[in-house]
Design a protein around this ligand. Sequence first.
Ligand SMILES: Nc1ncnc2c1ncn2[C@@H]1O[C@H](COP(=O)(O)OP(=O)(O)O)[C@@H](O)[C@H]1O
Ligand SMILES: O=C(CO)[C@@H](O)[C@H](O)COP(=O)(O)O
Length: 464
Amino acid sequence: MSLVAGVDSSTQSCKVVVRDAETGALVRSGSAPHPEGTEVDPAAWWTALEAAAEAAGGLDDVAAVSVGGQQHGMVCLDEAGEVVRPALLWNDTRSAAAAAALNTELGAAAWAEAVGLVQVASFTATKLRWLAEHEPDAAARVAAVCLPHDWLTWKLGGAQGLEALRTDRSDASGTGYYSAATSEYRRDLLKRAFGRDDLVLPEVLGPTESAGTTSSGAILGPGCGDNAGAALGVGARPGDVVVSIGTSGVACAVSETPSADPTGLVAGFADATGRHLPLVCTLNAARVLDASARLLGVDHDGLSRLALEAPSGSGGLVLVPYLEGERTPDRPDARGVIHGLTLATAEPAYLARAAVEGLLCGLADGIDALKAQGVAINRVLLVGGGARSEAVRRLAPVVIGHPVLVPEPGEYVADGAARQAAWTLTGGEEPPAWELAGTETYEADPDPAVRARYAEVRDLTEGV
Ligand SMILES: Nc1ncnc2c1ncn2[C@@H]1O[C@H](COP(=O)(O)OP(=O)(O)O)[C@@H](O)[C@H]1O
Ligand SMILES: O=C(CO)[C@@H](O)[C@H](O)COP(=O)(O)O
């Protein structure tokens, strides 16, 4: 039996799964936390990966390993391969003004046409503009820029010089200077953002091309952005929408064609199989549940129980969850709002319900934006830490207006990376056919009034 490993270096933690390459059966797993904050020294990811791998029984006996990672984070390296400054993560909004300036300079429609996305503070290009403007000394030392998964793959391969950096289409397509439609870097746009285009950029590998080997001789897969990893992990195919409630809230779909949404709601990323992954991402998802539970002095199960006690629509109480500003819609300075409080709704159960409904309404808006891009929806699959909440699972079909399939709780990004590792090992046109275990279907009558009321309040948050 050959073993393969998949890594998910996500915002809050690092997870490692070890699986049977042929059947996909889970053999071992481990995880380790990441530090708080939207600016992180990549060394902390390496420490967490080592700890998670150890907790998963080590990687010495695996034949291949792939790394999936949080997208967009700006990892800048100097000539010697040293990290120039802590990485700015996807949820760091300090480059919002840089994003607005880039959109004004080129025009939103031109960005969408060129690289499939309109700039927002999450994307790497805007972080590079911020660095050039605010830390010119650091910017001058940058010899290469890469993403979290690229850097970890490079480290696993022995960090053999900047020219050894590798990435894949899914993660490159989130930089803002790579086109998923043409599979090419746009160095002209890198220069527009950063003022220089003489940087080493990771070579973009195809879905099964190897990025090298680890010190124990395991083949390194190309790796992927975490959302492409989740899509591969659940075996998404055209017609499937994958909704992920992690630190970020995501709705994405595997598609045969690239997207270019000039409204900027949908980002035209690539997937990990050579296809496309139009995607909507919010800044506020599972942590809305964390914060609401904290506010109410309960744990996650308690929050879920409370939410299920209140009536649909929470008696008009709405929670717009822009706790960290928001990315979709692009309101980096917005704040969360609780609206419609009455004597009757001033109850823990109503607030808990409003939190779950508000989170789901943002994701339902995302699914609508995918539909507007021509994405066909046959199945909706729900994954991520937030899917462990019963209230989320039961209210999702009510708010989204579509039955929701929930695979058994698991680490689907790490699973997708493991599946990619197995594919890199065996080759072939399609990834190995691993079965998705234990999927439950949640069905309920939709309640469109919940979204209608949310939409009224959401639009009060403009500029808050
Ligand atoms: N039972 C639960 N109910 C609601 N949220 C949960 C539950 N268990 C974990 N979470 C939340 O899920 C989040 C972690 O999810 P995960 O998908 O691993 O995030 P990320 O990949 O962004 O690090 C945390 O914010 C955690 O508090
Ligand atoms: O920015 C995006 C996608 O565009 C996020 O989805 C990040 O990739 C972080 O993912 P999680 O840590 O929430 O899984």
